[in-house]
Design a protein around this ligand. Sequence first.
Ligand SMILES: [Fe+2]
Length: 588
Amino acid sequence: MTLYMEAGFLLRKLGGCGFMVKVARSSDYKTKYSDIFDLPMLQEVVDRLAENLGMALLVTDVEGVPVTRMSNLCRFCTLINRSEEGRRRCADARVKDTGLVVKTMQDELCMCYAGLVHIVVPIELHELPLAVLIGGNIILEMPEKEGIYKLADELGIDPGELWAAVGEIPVWERNELYERVRLFSTVATVVSRLFYERYQLQQMVTLNRRITSSLNVEAVCSRTVYAAGEMIRAKHCILRLFDEEKQELIVKALYGLTEELTAGEVVLSLPGTVQELVLRTGEPFVAKETASGGITRNGFLDDEGIHALLIVPLSVRDKVIGTLETYFITPRDITGWDASIILTIARQAAAAIENARNFENQRSYYLAALQAMVAASEAKDLYTRGHSLRVAQYADTMVRLMGRPEEEAEEIYIAGLLHDIGKIGIREEILLKPSRLTPEERREVETHPLVGAKILEPANFPPGVILAVRHHHENIGGDGYPDRLEKDQICLGARILRVADAFDAMTSNRPYRRSMPAKRAVSELQRCAGTQFDEEVVRVFLKAMEKEKCRVLKSGEEGPLLDVLMNALSVISSLRIIEPQMGRKKIV
Ligand SMILES: [Fe+2]
């Protein structure tokens, strides 16, 4: 059984949080009745109930639009509904009655234009209206025959038939009616709870599938707070991860919070906070009523009037790696079902975060190993040092601008790192030759894409990487090497590397020539677009330069690369850059 540390009077402060994090935020719930109700099942419930109560029943959405079919409609209403005007008047009355209960959130007794009484009750969840239950076909006293004949005349119905149908409508005592209102209210509560809990379980399965299939910590955190906030209708939800080294909690994802509310520090210094207690004990912390306590007198939560909260640990193998926090604006006992939901989500999330972290660690070791390998292969040539990393970086920026899938972006980045790995087999005197190569030497240099692909094949690199390495010297016009492919025969990765490689080669010194100014290199790319280079890839590259400049400036690695980019951009800004058409076949 889970133990809860209760709040209410604790002097500990509740940490606020800052922005500048990946935010899953929403102040309005996205969950609608259609997500929660299983409509065939709801129809069955309504049909059975209507039959047993001897009343007509209907569920509408909060705007009065029917969600279920009308059950057990009496003959009187059936006759009225045969008339177009009758249907219109019924719909108007329904919209008016549902509007009233949605506004007041109270059960109401409403009388329609035809003199029938309806019980109208909201189906709500944590004080938020989801739908409306309407029960009718009752009268409190027999109407005047004259009035019914007048109504029949207005609606174009046979008056005798309508009057006869009135006799079939049950006449209820007021007490009986009030009893039914209480019953309706209970039914509405049970229906909403049952469907809501069913919905929560379904959402939990979906969340589990989504986060366990993700290998990205940010994505896992964002999905978790969003799902948790929606599932238990919290006002805010915060996920923080523990930085063991600095002994701090870092906000990783937020739900239901705006930038204005969260301006401040992302880092939470632990001493004296509730979160510290949760981290230390590994137990959830709950506060059901914080209106008069000092617990929310801290940070952004103060302004929002938080009245209940639940903070659970994110634990993996008895180690607490962070907290999942949910906040409510109304007093709420969250030690029951809702707490089980949050605890289960926290367990799933903690395992998924750990898994994603392990993957990210392995990936960074893998990329570091590749970079070391590339650096070793470039070491003998002073002139090409850092070339592969720059090409990979340019390519990565382009791929992301194109909005390609993550997996493809990763392959092209790796291909960028490894594109010249085949030069390992080329003699140093050729690579470093300060004068023009002889035709025979040139042929030897031109073997490097093929040699590179052959090196990578037995190491089980993805086919996309091997193809991009093999074809990174193919020209769009068909006169490249080694396979003389053209246009779409060349994979996107190779077309991207061709441009990135050419630009970096042109703007770097070589044993046989000095580097060319970046603005000239840009002109060269444009001049040869359509013959050597894919025209659209060149356009994307020009856009990528701006993004690269921002990246370099942000990373603080100023120096030659920034000079190259600034120089290139000085000419790009004066050119008319045509927006790349990503949807066009050529790029994909
Ligand atoms: Fe190359």
